[in-house]
Design a protein around this ligand. Sequence first.
Ligand SMILES: Cc1cc2nc3c(=O)[nH]c(=O)nc-3n(C[C@H](O)[C@H](O)[C@H](O)COP(=O)(O)OP(=O)(O)OC[C@H]3O[C@@H](n4cnc5c(N)ncnc54)[C@H](O)[C@@H]3O)c2cc1C
Length: 415
Amino acid sequence: MDTPGIIINGGGVGGLTLALELHRLGIECEVYESVREIRPLGVGISILPHATRILTELDVVDAMLEKCLIATESLYYNRFGQFVYSEPIGAADGVPWPQLSIHRADLYDVLFAKATERLGEDRIHLGHRLSRFEQDDEGVTCFYDYTDATGLISPIEVRGSILIGSDGIHSVVRKQLNPTEGMPLYQGYNMFRGITYAKPFLSGSAMLRIGWYTSGKLTIYPCRQTDENGDQAMNWIAGIESDRHLERDWGRRGKLEDFADIYADWKFDFLDVPSIFENADTLLEYPMVDQEPIDRWTVGRVTLLGDAAHPMVPRGSNGAGQAILDCRSLAEALAGNADPIAAMHAYEEDRRLKTTAVVLKNRKEPTDVILREVCLRTGDKPFDQLDDVITQDEIEAITSSYKNTAGYSKAKLTA
Ligand SMILES: Cc1cc2nc3c(=O)[nH]c(=O)nc-3n(C[C@H](O)[C@H](O)[C@H](O)COP(=O)(O)OP(=O)(O)OC[C@H]3O[C@@H](n4cnc5c(N)ncnc54)[C@H](O)[C@@H]3O)c2cc1C
């Protein structure tokens, strides 16, 4: 048996941010992470301003800025390269915190380094995969399979006062709390995601969305600073309406021949899309899936956080951000409440319905539905006059509705 304290199961973006938040408030915790070696997995992530605010207060943003880019504008085009809409984002829109475009590996490196430095290496336990837990009136016992440096696996029991399940989309904690929960729900779009090193396009800091899923949709933005060759790491996601989907796995390799044909004539004066795909450094495939929101996160001394609590489709740049917001809420509830169980309920009360709204909004009406409207109303043909297709007021209603739901409207951030 080990030390009783707060156990954070899963040392991903949410788990490490929570550890930093608890440390900031003087609360001790231990992080248990299944992987033994930290490898640069994944592609780009956007951190929206409300989450940047929390990371700024945790004093990690300066280290992130050594690697990442500040996004300055969001641009929308139809698949013929016709301009539809642009808006300034983050600090460029006058809010106090920027929107950051970062490679997931860089974000992870910064959080891991800061957590190790502040909590101490002995509080971050790698190679510990949770298989199950048991709880009683005094605490929680976690059963881990521990993999040592030689690859040998041995069982380890860890006792904690409470358990936070921040173990991502395949959460063992969520599964044990909700044994009858169904399979992930496929939302009809399959995604191919990649990183390509290429010369900057447009302003060099724009997030670009082009087209609609029925005939191909692309989101692309740079997520690392320009390298010595003058190239930026372009994070891109090509989505297609399709029945084809495989089990969700962040590391699943994708194949060019499964999607690139659809984009063969996407050669615009501002971006040559086929060459972005052909020169990809990383190419992954991921289905657009989420799970039905659940009606409780907290059972006894156990609660959920991040993707384990609210898996959502990656359409509104909100997965990491909402996990970071959870961390602030949970840490402050624990700091402000002598009873950790009451604190976890207060956290759930604060966050569950808000994140449920984001899960549902991402499913049906994230900001890219601007492009769905353009595609449907033009019959997926080029337009003569944009105003005849969609008005600026309609577009702004879509974007502001999403920002209000996800909690990063300008009014809220500047209040
Ligand atoms: C390998 C990987 C690649 C990703 N790539 C992208 C990407 O390219 N773009 C994007 O937008 N999002 C990506 N994500 C997801 C994104 O990081 C999360 O949506 C977001 O940051 C929410 O964070 P989270 O902490 O809830 O989950 P995650 O960041 O996924 O963290 C969960 C952690 O729990 C660990 N874990 C899982 N099971 C157990 C267990 N049984 N015991 C102990 N630990 C366990 C995992 O190893 C992981 O470190 C990726 C996640 C992972 C794990």
